[in-house]
Design a protein around this ligand. Structure first.
Ligand SMILES: NC(=O)c1ccc[n+]([C@@H]2O[C@H](COP(=O)([O-])OP(=O)(O)OC[C@H]3O[C@@H](n4cnc5c(N)ncnc54)[C@H](O)[C@@H]3O)[C@@H](O)[C@H]2O)c1
Length: 294
């Protein structure tokens, strides 16, 4: 028996990398999977249904259920059709995993409008599009005891501010805000919404030297995207109902739960601040001193 028997999942960007590993594992655990992938290059150019079809064939060969879908998730109407495909082909939808993504790295002072827009469009609008139509579907059902899931993908690039990825960092932090908002709005419909910050060797990280084998074991592939897929499978299961509105870092064999932002120091005045008074208070309370971090 699999932990996802009878469940239906959509995985976007499932033709390669982390999405592919996720689709294969969810299917092995018993889920029926819509394998979505536009099949473009890392920068988003081009289109090919091949990768999605290949993953679908692998799932079928292993005895699982899957259907390929080549929609561009950043296309609002195509995203609606994607959600409808799960319901038409498998009768329901339980899990939406928003993995699809592209890169157009450039320093802020050299970045073109197009590079900015393309990355924001695929990551942010793409995640919004699929989430919107999945949420509308779940809301229309008003199912008792529902265990619906939205699992988004953010990045340390945004969380830590990668200097050469202003568009990607902004998009990935936009997805964090979307995750918090949807977690709050959809709880009453039995939907949990979380974001994973992954680390895995894929074509997207080809140019980034990943720290080698922190585990020190030569017999295991620490940076396989399969390791991220295990975390997605847990979040996709009914067991994870207690967890929503959080960021989980899953990189190699490391797992971490991020704290959600909250005020660190609060200053409350009784009247409008005058500039000198504000400067004095802020520097006394907020400014890092030796032994205290920013
Ligand atoms: N690999 C890492 O270490 C890492 C780190 C941080 C975040 N991420 C995030 O994890 C996710 C997966 O990345 P990956 O490393 O597996 O990359 P990948 O390039 O191997 O896979 C991304 C997939 O998304 C598909 N895709 C792109 N645009 C699409 C669109 N508009 N519609 C549908 N599919 C589309 C691509 O064709 C590709 O198959 C991405 O959101 C990425 O930003 C990855």
């Amino acid at each position: 028996m699999g932990s996802l028997d009878g469940r239906v999942a959509i995985v976007t960007g499932a033709g390669r990398g982390i999405g592919r590993s996720t689709a294969l594992l969810l299917a092995r655990e018993g889920a029926s999977v819509v394998v979505n992938d536009l099949g473009g290059a890392v920068d988003g150019s081009g289109r090919d249904i091949g990768p999605a079809s290949q993953v679908t064939a692998e799932i079928a060969e292993a005895g699982g259920k899957a259907v390929a879908n080549g929609a561009d998730v950043s296309d609002h109407a195509a995203a609606e059709e994607l959600i409808k495909t799960a319901i038409a082909d498998f009768g329901r939808l339980d899990v939406l995993v928003n993995v699809a993504g592209i890169l157009r790295d450039r320093m802020i002072f050299n970045m073109s409008e197009q590079e900015w827009d393309d990355v924001i469009r695929v990551h942010m609008r793409g995640t919004f599009n699929t989430s919107k139509f999945a949420a509308a579907h779940w809301r229309s059902l008003r199912e008792e005891n529902a265990h619906n899931r939205i699992i988004n993908f953010t990045s340390v690039s945004g969380l830590h501010g990668a200097p050469g990825q202003p568009n990607y960092a902004a998009a990935k932090m936009g997805i964090v805000g979307l995750t918090y908002s949807c977690a709050n709005s959809l709880a009453k419909y039995g939907v949990t919404v979380n974001a994973i910050s992954p680390g895995a060797a894929t074509r997207m990280t080809d140019s980034v030297p990943l720290e080698r084998r922190r585990s020190g074991r030569p017999d295991v592939d620490e940076w396989s995207p399969d390791n991220v897929a295990t975390v997605v499978a847990y979040l996709a299961s009914e067991r994870s109902s207690w967890l929503t509105g959080r960021i989980v870092h899953a990189s190699g064999y490391e797992l971490a739960l991020y704290s959600n932002p909250e005020p660190e120091i609060r200053l409350v005045g009784r009247e409008p601040w005058d500039l000198d008074g504000l400067a004095e208070q802020v520097e006394r309370s907020f400014r890092p001193r030796a032994g205290r971090s920013a």
